[in-house]
Structure formats: structure tokens, C-alpha cells
Ligand binder design. Structure first.
Ligand SMILES: Nc1nc2c(ncn2[C@@H]2O[C@H](COP(=O)(O)OP(=O)(O)OP(=O)(O)O)[C@@H](O)[C@H]2O)c(=O)[nH]1
Length: 546
């Protein structure tokens, strides 16, 4: 009697196989299409479905990719390459994109084959965070389209030859007509630097492309900057996207930033500072328990709230400072003396922050306090931010001799050419606020004029915003809490003392920062004991006008 026919391998695998989706983001012209072409030319038998999203009227990327891939025996069917012709630049890949994943999966099923990977090239002004969040939501709202897939790896391509200069400009996306962003982004007043920061921060792999055009000194500063913006990403060097495909495709194994939500990302940074940072307790000593380290990370994107009421403030570390005092802590990362070498060893590979990589003195620290800021005093600190300066900390670092840098290490690039400090640095160096050293800052702020609202603080280059963000969990009714017990437990970890999860939690990244001085500036904004008594009384009385 003959055996029943064995399942064909593809069929058997299909029962368990989840197709990893790799998303390629990166600013306009950074080299996304070049990377995609390289992947397709070197795919070594892998079956790769491709979705491209171009903002131009004629989808140039599709034409480039398809002609290239066809020449290499690439696409056998039209469905192997899906073009999102109406790709919306400003609001990122939407429903059409999610549906196209379903189309691609069904086309494979019809042909009794199975993708090894799906690769998506997003438009240059797309926001990976929004794409990630849309994908997560769509797993609930349109599961049939995403069945058998998972968003796996977020890759950001950076133009290594222009990133630093762009970082310090004050351009809005809609002003970048030279890059073809006009017709689709008339309402997009978002700052370019903001978007560039997000693209780097929300990624598992950062590809530093156009290496052939980047001066060596600039490259060192760029690596240090990117490493500070996202210490979890794997950094890869490339020219014309030439990298080993396996270092890109599905590289995060689903354990990277795609698992997180925005708060999870923030939590990951803070946890990172806890685990790798130097603890420098502020003057108001912590009275609560020591921070708990190493909690598992959980994304909490879906609580069933709508955007307006979403209060997902889950942070998986318990800060010191219980009892409602101003107690808190400052965690510093990246000091030469303390952290010359370490390998972060994260899921997607991590990267080494070597002594050489820290020669520009870019460090980060986390400021955590359990007391509200007085808005007027905070305003005085905001006025000291480097938002109006011509030369910001990064360009100064490049123009002046970097701490610990040797002439050889500086190479013959821009750093060597501009050895003399620019006039703007020399003049008034004494009065310079310690805030001028910042290049990036973000976090949650508690202001004394609101007992319920979290404010989101963010500085990117010359761009600063303090915006209403969400509601503290302390004022969210039980019925609106997530049902999942683990999520609830995570949220509870942020609670301490009488004010629940209300707190200051800000991350600062800068060049040669004076952490003590910056910390002191913010500590001076905290309510005094007497003011705190008034605050307590005021809100106990229901917040009636004083
Ligand atoms: N010199 C140099 N040129 C590059 C490199 N990578 C890409 N280019 C060129 O830069 C231009 C833009 O590259 P693309 O790969 O189309 O960039 P993109 O990010 O897909 O661009 P958009 O789709 O417009 O956002 C093209 O002219 C490429 O040939 C590189 O490493 N070195």
C-alpha cells in the first residue's frame, strides 16, 4: 500500500510560516530604492514580495525596481511588486498598504508558493512610527489581510553625507520642493529634523548610506549622534545600499521596535539608561525604592481607546521618588570615562559604542522627578534652548577640536578644514546656557497648572514643542484601563505616592553636556514645598481658580 503523498515542503511550512515584513524608511533621496534594488539583485533564491510607495506622480521607484529585478530573473508575476500609486506622503502608509499585504499573500497562496519576505519601501516623508501603529491596529481591525505576516524589522536609510547638515536646519517638509515633496504635503508643516529623528529612533537597523560622499570626521560624528538617538539599532555602513541582505531582511526577528508603541520606545530608552547609565542622583535625594531594572517590554498600542483619549502611559520601570517629594534621579549614558566600550547586544545586533565613537562627547541622560514644574519657571528654561542659534552643538563639535580626537582620527574632512572655532562659539561663551549643548530631548512633563494632562516635551535640532499629550493614568477610570493583567501591572509600576504616575521623565542628548547644571535648571522649576502644599490643596478643592 502506498504512503499518502507527503506534503510539498512549501505546503507543510505554510501551516506555521509567518512572513516577516521589512519596512524601509528614510528621508527623501537617502537611498531606499538603491537598497531595495541591491536586496533584489542579491536575494539568493529568496522569494521576496515588494511593495513600493512613491509620492511622485509617476512611480519612478517602481520602474527602477522592476526593470532591475526583471533583469535578474526577479518578478515572475505582476503581483510580486505592488505599487501604491496614491501613496500618501504626509500621513504614511494607510489602508491601501495593509490591503496590499493581503493581496500579496493571496497571490502567493493561489500559486501555492510562500514568500520568504515582504519588503516595503515607504515614501521619504513617511513616519515609521505611524506605519507601525497602523499595522498593529490593523491586526485587530483587518486581520484577514495581515494573516500569516508580522511587521518584523524597521530599517531606516540615512544619507550619511547630508544628515548632520539637515539636522541643524529649520526646514519644514512642505518647503522641500526640491525633493519632490510638494504636491502631497501642502499641509505638512512638520519639521524635517523632527521626521529624521523619528525615522532613526523608530528603527531596528540604520543604514548609513552614501558613505562615498561623507567626509570621515563627519561620519564619526554622525555615528555618535545616531548611536545616541537610538542605542538599540544596528548601524550598517553602505554605498548604494550594498549590504548583506540577511543583515536587513527580517533581522529583528520580530523582537525589535515593531513590538513597541511610542511609550514602549520611551520606556526602552529609560530602561537602557538604567541598565547602562551612571546614576547621578539629583540634589533632592530619592526617598522611594531603587528603580527596578530589566522588566520585559510590552507594547500597549491597543486599549480600545480612541486617539483623543488614549492614555497609554506604560513604563516598565519604577522610579525612585515615592512619597510625592521632588526626589528623583538622573541617569547618564555615554561618558568616556565610564563607558569606553560596551556592546549593547540587543536582538537586532546592537552596536558598539567604542571610545573612538564617543570622541565628540555625545551623551544622554534621563531626568526623573515626582513633583510638578512651575510653568513660568519652566518657560525661562525653554527660552534657553538652542532654537534660535545659527550653529548648533553638532556643527560646533565638528568645527572645534573634539575631545579626545587626534589629528589622524579627524582625517582630512570637514573637521580638519574648520579647525578654528566659529565666531558664534567664541563670542559670549561665558554666558552660554548649558541648554545650548542639547541636540535632542523628549519626554513627559507634569505642569502644576494641570492635574490631569501629560505634556510632551520635544527638542530636535532647532525645533522645540511642548504639547498636550494624554491623560495620566491616575485620572483614568478603571473601566478604561487595559484588561490585560500584565499591562495593568506594568502601568502600576509607574505609580508612586500620592500623585500616582504623575512625574517628569525626560531624556536629554547633547554634546559635552553639563548634566549637573542642566539638572539644576530643571530642579529650580519644580514646585517648592510651600508651592506643593498650595498645589495639593488647589486640586483637592477640585482645581477651582486660585
Ligand atoms: N554617490 C552615491 N549616490 C547614491 C548612493 N545611494 C544612492 N545614490 C543616489 O542617490 C539618489 C537617490 O537614491 P535613491 O535610492 O533613489 O533614494 P530614495 O531614498 O529611494 O529616494 P526617494 O524615493 O526619492 O525618497 C540616486 O541618484 C542614487 O543613484 C550612494 O551610496 N552614493
Amino acid at each position: 500500500m502506498s504512503e499518502p503523498p507527503a506534503k510539498r515542503p512549501r505546503e507543510a511550512e505554510a501551516e506555521h510560516h509567518v512572513v516577516p515584513v521589512t519596512l524601509i524608511s528614510g528621508f527623501l533621496g537617502a537611498g531606499k530604492t538603491s537598497l531595495l534594488k541591491h536586496l533584489l539583485e542579491n536575494k539568493a533564491g529568496l522569494l521576496i514580495g515588494v511593495i513600493v510607495n512613491d509620492v511622485a506622480a509617476v512611480n519612478i521607484d517602481k520602474a527602477l525596481v522592476s526593470s532591475k529585478a526583471a533583469g535578474e530573473g526577479g518578478f515572475s508575476k505582476q503581483e510580486d511588486l505592488i505599487e501604491l500609486a496614491n501613496g500618501c506622503a504626509c500621513c504614511s502608509l494607510g489602508e491601501e498598504f495593509l490591503q496590499s499585504i493581503g493581496t500579496m499573500m493571496r497571490s502567493a497562496e493561489r500559486r501555492n508558493m510562500q514568500w520568504d519576505h515582504i519588503v516595503v519601501e515607504s515614501s521619504g516623508v513617511a513616519e515609521p512610527r505611524e506605519i507601525r501603529d497602523n499595522f498593529k491596529n490593523a491586526q485587530l481591525t483587518m486581520p484577514e489581510d495581515l494573516h500569516g505576516t508580522r511587521l518584523d524589522t524597521l530599517v531606516t536609510v540615512v544619507d550619511a553625507s547630508t544628515f548632520l547638515a539637515e539636522f541643524e536646519k529649520r526646514n519644514r517638509i512642505k518647503e522641500r520642493q526640491d525633493l519632490g515633496a510638494d504636491g502631497y504635503s501642502e499641509d505638512n508643516t512638520r519639521q524635517v529634523v523632527d521626521l529624521m529623528c523619528e525615522q532613526v529612533e523608530c528603527s531596528d537597523v540604520v543604514l548609513l548610506n552614501k558613505l562615498d560622499l561623507a567626509p570621515e570626521a563627519e561620519l564619526a560624528l554622525l555615528k555618535e549622534t545616531i548611536g545616541s538617538l537610538n542605542p538599540h539599532a544596528k548601524l550598517l555602513d553602505s554605498t548604494r545600499g550594498a549590504v548583506e541582505p540577511t543583515s536587513i531582511l527580517g533581522a529583528a526577528k520580530g523582537q525589535g521596535v515593531s513590538k513597541l508603541d511610542s511609550d514602549g520606545e520611551m520606556r526602552r530608552i529609560v530602561t537602557h539608561l538604567h541598565e547602562h547609565g551612571h546614576h547621578d542622583h539629583g540634589h533632592a535625594a530619592a526617598t522611594g525604592p531603587a528603580p527596578s531594572h530589566g522588566h520585559a517590554e510590552h507594547g500597549h498600542a491597543e486599549h480600545g481607546h480612541d486617539a483623543a483619549t488614549c492614555t497609554d502611559k506604560s513604563h516598565d520601570h519604577a522610579h525612585a521618588g515615592g512619597g510625592g517629594g521632588g526626589g528623583g534621579e538622573v541617569l547618564v549614558h555615554g561618558h568616556h570615562e565610564q563607558h569606553g566600550h560596551h556592546d549593547h547586544g540587543h536582538a537586532s545586533g546592537g552596536h558598539k559604542q567604542s571610545r573612538e565613537a564617543l570622541r565628540f562627547g555625545i551623551t544622554s541622560f534621563c531626568y526623573s522627578r515626582r513633583r510638578p514644574f512651575h510653568p513660568h519657571r519652566l518657560m525661562a528654561v525653554i527660552r534657553q534652548l538652542p532654537v534660535r542659534r545659527e550653529a548648533l552643538a553638532l556643527s560646533e563639535a565638528l568645527a572645534t577640536k573634539a575631545p579626545g580626537a587626534t589629528a589622524a582620527a579627524d582625517g582630512g574632512g570637514a573637521g580638519a578644514d574648520a579647525a578654528a572655532a566659529p565666531a558664534a562659539v567664541a563670542e559670549g561663551a561665558e554666558e552660554r546656557s548649558p541648554m545650548q549643548a542639547l541636540i535632542r530631548s523628549k519626554g513627559f512633563v507634569w505642569l502644576s497648572n494641570s492635574h490631569s494632562q501629560i505634556f510632551y516635551w520635544q527638542l530636535a535640532g532647532k525645533h522645540f514643542e511642548l504639547t498636550q499629550y494624554a491623560t495620566w493614568w491616575a485620572v483614568v477610570g478603571e473601566e478604561d484601563w487595559p484588561e490585560d493583567a500584565e499591562e495593568q501591572a506594568d502601568l502600576k509600576k509607574d505609580f508612586a505616592g500620592e500623585f500616582g504616575d504623575r512625574r517628569q521623565e525626560m531624556v536629554f542628548i547633547g554634546v559635552a553636556m553639563d548634566v549637573k547644571k542642566i539638572t539644576a535648571l530643571f530642579d529650580e522649576c519644580l514646585l517648592t514645598d510651600a508651592e506643593l502644599d498650595v498645589y495639593r490643596q488647589h486640586w483637592a478643592d477640585g482645581g477651582a481658580a486660585a
